[in-house]
Write a protein that binds this ligand. Structure first.
Ligand SMILES: Cc1cc2nc3c(=O)[nH]c(=O)nc-3n(C[C@H](O)[C@H](O)[C@H](O)COP(=O)(O)O)c2cc1C
Length: 199
């Protein structure tokens, strides 16, 4: 069974998205898959500097913690990405990681010249997010961002878990049904990843 990578994108270590993602990780482990966890706030990752050194071979030339994450992203078969809504998109930590993956966009579309939309799904992605407010369009911007990010990884947005009305640390604990849903999603993702590998 292929590995799953879990990316914690909130600056809060034990915030709402972290608790949800922790549940998904537990679900995937229960289903028998190996999970690697990354806490973005603990890593030193520069924003993209638009050097385009990646035009050589699709590898970013900035030497920092992104180099290891790059390898982990390419090695995984499933990704769990958790980020709170910050100004109607993903957190800065998460967005910096995404922008550094421009190196993969360059590899895919400039170096390998893959025609747009004509890639095979190699990975499945679960996106977990929460916001304090309750607007209908709360997650629209982030979902578009996530879809295009997943695209560079040949990754399908397999499922998203989006919860409104959660603001203070621990608010999600008042909703055990959300935590249960996240656990189940982790389990389901592990199975879906295994099925994808069989095809
Ligand atoms: C910088 C910042 C920007 C935020 N922007 C939004 C927003 O645009 N919409 C919203 O509903 N909540 C917003 N929030 C609230 C967070 O999404 C909310 O507190 C969430 O529960 C934090 O998740 P976490 O505990 O996983 O970090 C913002 C919070 C911060 C700190």
């Amino acid at each position: 069974m292929g590995k799953i990578l879990a990316v914690y994108g909130s600056p809060r270590r034990t915030g709402n998205t972290a608790l949800l993602l922790g549940q998904s990780v537990a679900g995937a482990i229960e289903a028998g898959v190996e999970v690697e966890e990354i806490v973005l706030r603990d890593l030193k990752i520069s924003p993209c500097l638009e050097l385009y050194g990646c035009k050589e071979d699709g590898r970013c030339v900035i030497r920092d913690d992104f180099q290891k994450v790059y390898d982990q992203l390419l090695a995984c078969r499933g990704l769990m990405l958790a980020s709170p809504m910050f100004f109607y998109t993903v957190s800065a930590h998460t967005k910096i990681l995404m922008d550094r993956c421009q190196s993969l966009w360059v590899k895919k579309y400039w170096i390998d010249q893959v025609p747009y939309g004509q890639w095979e799904t190699k990975r499945l992605g679960l996106f977990i997010s929460v916001g304090a407010t309750r607007g209908k369009k709360l997650f629209d911007g982030a979902l578009r961002t996530v879809r295009y990010f997943f695209d560079v990884l040949d990754m399908q947005l397999w499922r998203s878990l989006l919860y409104r009305g959660l603001d203070f640390e621990g608010d999600v604990l008042k909703h055990p049904e959300y935590l249960q849903e996240a656990f189940q999603a982790g389990k389901d993702l592990a199975r879906a990843v295994a099925d994808l590998q069989r095809t």
